[in-house]
Design a protein around this ligand. Structure first.
Ligand SMILES: Cc1cc2nc3c(=O)[nH]c(=O)nc-3n(C[C@H](O)[C@H](O)[C@H](O)COP(=O)(O)OP(=O)(O)OC[C@H]3O[C@@H](n4cnc5c(N)ncnc54)[C@H](O)[C@@H]3O)c2cc1C
Length: 431
């Protein structure tokens, strides 16, 4: 049974909420993209821009998953983190992946401009703040990013940070002027319109149930009420892939994270706590990430869990906010609170590649997916349309190693405890 959007601030501030039809009957196309999140939409748009015939199908609504529920931070990088990447694949390879991320971030901006996508306010500036007092570690990181990856991060002293984030929870940090924020669900709808305007076809409430290989080459994607005959197929199903492909299913595990949006707050009072429109995040794994919305609300994201959405989520999130900004006690009331599922491989990097000729996957973007989904869409569409081999930069992470299979919740639990342990260390050493 197809699901509509869950209740979020984004759903209630959508510019246009026009549903697409579901597939009834058989059809054919060159490429069938499965999954209408940002990975699928970016792939489909890249393909139609290169003159390909594309049909995209989505089980629920486009942007129904993480792509329509996230914090809206469009920040360069990958969930795996650059320092870890250098350890795994070396500096030259990391530089190439970083170049892709830089390109992916500007591609989003270009598309917003080119297709006139009303997903603002698009505001620049992301500030990473420290939960612990270790300026040398922050300076080391900035030096690495500047010298090795040419990323223009700025060091901010504790005083500078606290001038905007009026809390003694934070110490120094780094400012990234080129990262920005937007309204992700309006962006999703803008991409979908751009696809359709260029001849692409989108079906919602249409789940791919099975993929058959054709004896004459190509594939048949089977849905409840019709089949799609295609030359190539791209799976962008994230953690919802289920039995459509067991290899992909077993190579990833789910992690939940949460967002709460307050009711509008008196602007003067808000200035006395969060006196900036920048996106803010701290340096714990289960970090707080938040921003001020145009109508003086706070969008507060945070926490990770393997257990779904707690009943008292709003209360928990307000409590987290007040731990950082106790001066807002009594002034903060939640209006929305929701959760979403992230798709992680143990190495925390995207999984992008081909299972067999013409059978692609573009998935597993974790908690840092807005830029990487644009990268994945770009490299996969360029590979299909032009034989571009940049997607092979993801080969070290595309092996689809077993991440626990039916035991994946336990794997997730173990990984989660390791991440929590790291956060507890950070908190301990910050005292
Ligand atoms: C609460 C939250 C906050 C986040 N904050 C940020 C942030 O600020 N910045 C950032 O960079 N990242 C953030 N992320 C992560 C980011 O949103 C994701 O990495 C990214 O959106 C993943 O996109 P996707 O297309 O792979 O997956 P999804 O958006 O989950 O889309 C997958 C889609 O595939 C569909 N599907 C699955 N199986 C089938 C099938 N068989 N047939 C048809 N359709 C199918 C699903 O219905 C779903 O709509 C956040 C995520 C969450 C949940």
């Amino acid at each position: 049974m197809a699901e509509n959007y869950i209740e979020t601030y984004y759903r209630d501030t959508l510019n246009t909420n026009n549903p697409r039809p579901s597939l009834e009957g058989d059809t054919d196309t060159e490429i069938c993209v499965i999954g209408g999140g940002l990975a699928g939409l970016s792939t489909a748009l890249g393909l139609v821009e290169k003159g390909k015939r594309v049909t995209l199908i989505e089980s629920n609504r486009i942007g129904w998953g993480a792509s329509g529920r996230n914090g809206g931070f469009v920040a360069k990088g990958y969930a795996g983190g650059y320092k870890q990447l250098v350890k795994k694949v070396g500096l030259p390879h990391t530089k190439e992946l970083h170049k892709l991320a830089t390109h992916g971030r500007s591609l989003i901006k270009k598309r917003i401009d080119k297709y006139n996508i009303d997903c603002g306010p698009v505001r620049h500036g992301v500030l990473g703040v420290s939960w612990n007092n270790h300026p040398e570690a922050v300076k080391d990181y900035i030096e690495f990013m500047r010298n090795d990856l040419n990323a223009p991060l700025e060091f901010w002293s504790t005083e500078q940070v606290r001038e905007l984030c009026k809390t003694d929870r934070y110490y120094d940090g780094f400012y990234s002027p080129e990262d920005y924020q937007f309204h992700p669900l309006n962006y999703v709808h803008g991409l979908a319109k751009a696809i359709e305007d260029q001849g692409g076809v989108i079906y919602e409430a249409t789940k791919a149930e099975k993929i058959d290989e054709r004896s004459d080459g190509g594939y048949i994607v089977n849905t409840a009420n019709g089949k799609i005959k295609c030359d190539q197929v791209v799976l962008c199903c994230s953690i919802y892939v289920d039995d459509l492909n067991k290899k992909l299913k077993y190579a990833a595990f789910p992690v939940y994270t949460y967002v709460m949006v307050t009711k509008p707050i008196d602007p003067q009072l808000l200035d006395s706590a969060l006196n900036t429109e920048y996106c803010i995040f701290d340096n714990r794994y289960a970090q707080d990430y938040y921003r001020r919305l145009p109508d003086n609300r706070i969008m507060w994201g945070g926490r990770v869990s393997i257990k779904g959405v707690p009943k008292n989520l709003a209360e928990i999130m307000v409590r987290d906010l007040l731990k950082v900004y106790p001066q807002l006690e009594g002034a903060v009331e939640s209006e929305y609170a929701w959760g979403g599922s992230l798709c992680y491989a143990p190495h925390k990097m995207p999984q992008i590649g081909q299972l067999k000729p013409g059978y692609w996957y573009n998935t597993c973007f974790g908690g840092h997916g807005l830029v990487p989904t644009s990268v994945g869409g770009d490299v996969v569409s360029s590979a299909i349309a032009n034989g571009d081999e940049r997607y092979k930069l993801f080969e070290p992470f595309s092996k689809l190693n077993f991440a626990g299979g039916p035991l994946s919740p336990y794997v997730a639990q173990t990984v989660y405890y390791a991440w929590r342990a790291r956060d507890i260390m950070i908190e301990h050493f910050s005292k």
